[in-house]
Design a protein around this ligand. Structure first.
Ligand code: 5GP
Ligand code: ZN
Length: 149
């Protein structure tokens, strides 16, 4: 499937095998850097995954220059899904680490069509306001790390 060789490949990785055409997928779209295909355990009809062709385990390992191609592909595919299936909404989500629900350690964005009240994933957190002193401390902690990066 790869239109040119992708040197960053992990021999154990299921998504690298899909990129290489060694295991099949229901392909939606590909370009030189990205690939979109149907999730084989869909959370809703039309559930699609967008990946870089090169192996990068998660967001932390993702090179900056792949951010834009991945988001461009995700937006195009989300628009196509919206047109094809007419969902009430679409979530993009992305897991990093087992505690966050990551099961395949090759970066991927989920594009998830939603229906009103489908309960597929909950984004209703009850809107409990945060404590501003805690929020200020958290912002300061992140700014301090960013300043060193
Ligand atoms: P994660 O849980 O890491 O955020 O998402 C991994 C996703 O990959 C899951 O939704 C799972 O259904 C999907 N998946 C796992 N193995 C395969 C596979 O071999 N082919 C396809 N198309 N999807 C897969
Ligand atoms: Zn991989």
């Amino acid at each position: 499937m790869a239109s040119h060789p992708h040197p960053l490949r992990n021999a154990e990785c299921i998504f690298c095998k899909i990129v290489a055409g060694e295991i099949p997928c229901h392909k939606v779209y590909e370009d030189d850097k990205t690939l979109a295909f149907m999730d084989i355990f869909p959370l809703s009809p039309g559930h699609t995954l967008v990946i870089p062709k090169d192996h990068h385990p998660d967001l932390f390992a993702l090179p900056d220059d792949l951010g834009s191609p991945l988001m461009t592909t995700s937006r195009r595919v989300a628009l196509a899904i919206a047109k094809a299936f007419g969902p009430d909404g679409v979530n993009l989500f992305q897991a990093n680490g087992a505690a966050a629900g990551q099961t395949v350690f090759h970066f991927h964005l989920h594009i998830l069509p939603r229906r009103k009240g489908d309960g597929v994933i909950s984004t209703d957190h009850g809107q409990r306001p945060g404590d501003h002193a805690a929020l200020a401390k958290e912002a300061e902690a992140v700014r301090a790390v960013l300043a060193e990066m």
